[in-house]
Write a protein that binds this ligand. Sequence first.
Ligand code: FAD
Length: 507
Amino acid sequence: MLVAGGGLVGLTTALVLRHHGVEVTLVEKRATTSPQPKARRFHRRTMEVFRELGIAGLVHEAARDLAEHHHMAAGRTLAEAEQLPLWLPSAPDGTYLEPGPELPCLVAQDVLEPVLRSAAAEAGADVRFSTELTGFTSGPDGVVAELHDRASGRHEQLHVPFLVAADGAHSPVRTALGIGRSGRGAIGGPAVNVYFRADLAEVVHGREFNLCQIEHPDAPGALASIDGRSRWVFMAGGGTERDWAALLRTALGVPAPDLEVLSVLAWQPEMLVADRFSAGRVHLAGDAAHVMPPFAATGANTGIADAHNLGWKLAAVLTGAAAPDLLDSYDAERRPAGWFAADQSSRRSADLRSAATADEALAHPFVLAAGGFQYPSGALVGGPDEGGEIEPVDVFAPAGRVGTRVPHEWLDEAHTRSTLDLAGPGWALVVNDDPAGWEHGAASAPLPLPVHRLAAGFLPEGCALLLRPDQVVGWRGTDPTAPADVLRRLLTGAAKCLRTSAAAVRT
Ligand SMILES: Cc1cc2nc3c(=O)[nH]c(=O)nc-3n(C[C@H](O)[C@H](O)[C@H](O)COP(=O)(O)OP(=O)(O)OC[C@H]3O[C@@H](n4cnc5c(N)ncnc54)[C@H](O)[C@@H]3O)c2cc1C
């Protein structure tokens, strides 16, 4: 397997593939991980993926600088800013929601990428930085990739069964495949990220924040904490040609004598989704497949979910456990998910004070952040496109519907094991019944299918959920003889796997 691109998504893809025992080479044309601290908020669902990969602890450790920085803030200048109340999501009955076993994590991309790079290498991935994918041909038997080692100047051909293109928004692989993109395009005007250093620890002490909205008429923008002490990013609209040091001092409202501008990055918020996520043996993931404005902190999180979805399917096909048709479900599942995340992100406001005044089409935030999106079709039996029950998006009310992530429930009093931990890298069957009949039925399944009996209340009596390796409910039912056959159908691609058209995805 070859992964092109060593950003957050490429590195996670390599980790997921190693988790499933797949040999993987990752090439990244840059010599180092990203020097830009762009993404900082990693949602609960992403942390669940890292939990499964055994690196959630490492990521939380890397995130310790911003552990107390979950508040938003706003004010005319930083010096005058006040923390805004922390939003705690509640269930429809008003009670506090604990949607999963992991908390979200605030860690800058330039801190997280080295953690993922080391973890991927430690897990046995062949991680090659300073190496560019310069071309490829994809045929029925595999992909021939042309690699250029920029450090030594050496050229090499690599024959691999599949290529995952995690090569970013401008994806050369997507362009070479002639895959177009659809969507709203530019959202708002051009933006600038000014990355700077200044010791502001004393200024923010007691008012720690994730993002601080600066409302000064001469310096409007948002200030992002990178380490909460001396590294900051000021996000503004407009062009790059300004006296940034002077503008930053106006925004800060303090002299900041040691202020040093490290970089000025121009970018454009956009909403665009690839018209196909797969072409033969090549699959797109991350920004190569979808770009979205950062207002819901969703771009990298959605890409990491792509990697989690694709990884087990590639592994199943490579080991011969599944037919290649299973891979059709990647586009059927992840393209609607990418469209949904991009659409929701472009509806969200950059204004922190008005974040609560919602567009009616806005989903409950946990639907984005805690894996609440329901796949309409794909490697599922009885999903929404086959008449199955539909998951609402205006509330977060997971109920084990087909095509959704299994609801979280702690399995022990110490809260160490969750229902999420029952699947991945393998499949699992969870039942609310005498497990004996289900175990008998599962014995004839084509892959190991451990049966877990859950406490009453998690499921209606007599009901079972078939959990895929990505903890998504692939089937739900009451017939103990069914899961073995359902699993066989899912693996052979015989289950209904609709190719959702771009138009259908948009509705
Ligand atoms: C201001 C801002 C804030 C953001 N905040 C958040 C946030 O809080 N949460 C969130 O989830 N997302 C956020 N995002 C989005 C997030 O940064 C991106 O979605 C994410 O970085 C995409 O990761 P990726 O791995 O898909 O692509 P990239 O990070 O672009 O990585 C692609 C890599 O591929 C390499 N490459 C390209 N071509 C080749 C080739 N031919 N051979 C080898 N290597 C190649 C590139 O060098 C690059 O390193 C934010 C974005 C911005 C701009």
